[in-house]
Design a protein around this ligand. Structure first.
Ligand code: GAR
Length: 212
């Protein structure tokens, strides 16, 4: 059984997709051992409560400096017994120490087709604003492992989504969530739980069977 810590900052629709996929067995052999938020009062925490999942707030506001916050974040994840850490709309920079402690065991969902519209400053609606400003016809989402850069780690899954002429950042965000994010994030977790994801340098190979 793969223990998954899900880190959130906001509404938690990706968290909900994971909860639902575990409930309907789209994700097998995995359970959520912790929902951690850096923000109090966000709806993601309510989703955790409704699903009777253990949750915690680790907020930078509660610590004298970033270093102490980073230590508390890592300690909370370690205490949860997580084998895999999933950043599901978690908008804090992951400390270097945590990246090293969980090498190729931290997943991130990003709402574009990396390497487009990613890196520093590209998060949430800003990504979709940039895609619309550039006039792309296709966008989508990417699930990747987290390395020490921003959105630079090995890519596991991507899914393309059409951009429509009448799109606003919000309508594009919602379509990308529905058609891509809520599908490929649970799918990537299941592949990892099944031992079917092999990292080879900067790329990922999806195995037909575990270890094959
Ligand atoms: C999602 O669209 C996710 O891809 C994005 O934040 C949103 C969180 O929504 N993440 C990033 O932009 C990371 N760079 P949610 O709280 O409803 O899952």
């Amino acid at each position: 059984m793969l223990n998954v810590a899900v880190l959130v900052s906001g509404g938690g629709t990706n968290l909900q997709a994971i909860i639902d996929a575990i409930a309907d067995h789209t994700i097998q052999d995995a359970r959520i051992c912790l929902v951690l938020s850096n923000n109090r009062g966000v709806y993601a925490l309510e989703r955790a409560r409704k699903a009777k999942l253990p949750s915690r707030v680790v907020s930078p506001a509660d610590f004298p400096d970033r270093e102490k916050f980073n230590e508390a974040l890592l300690a909370a994840v370690k205490e949860s017994g997580a084998d895999l850490v999933v950043l599901a709309g978690f908008l804090c920079v992951i400390p270097e120490k945590m990246v090293r402690a969980y090498e190729n065991r931290i997943l991130n969902i990003h709402p574009s087709l990396i390497p487009a519209f990613c890196g520093k400053g590209y998060y949430g609606l800003k990504v979709h604003e940039a895609a619309l400003a550039r006039g792309v016809r296709i966008s989508g989402a990417t699930v990747h492992f987290v390395d020490s850069g921003t959105d630079t780690g090995p890519i596991i899954l991507q899914k393309a989504v059409e951009v429509l002429p009448e799109d606003t950042p919000k309508s594009l965000q919602l379509r990308i969530m529905e058609q891509a994010e809520w599908k490929i994030l649970p799918q990537a977790i299941d592949l990892i739980a099944q031992g079917r994801v092999a990292v080879e340098g900067r790329s990922v190979r999806i195995l037909q069977q575990a270890g094959a």
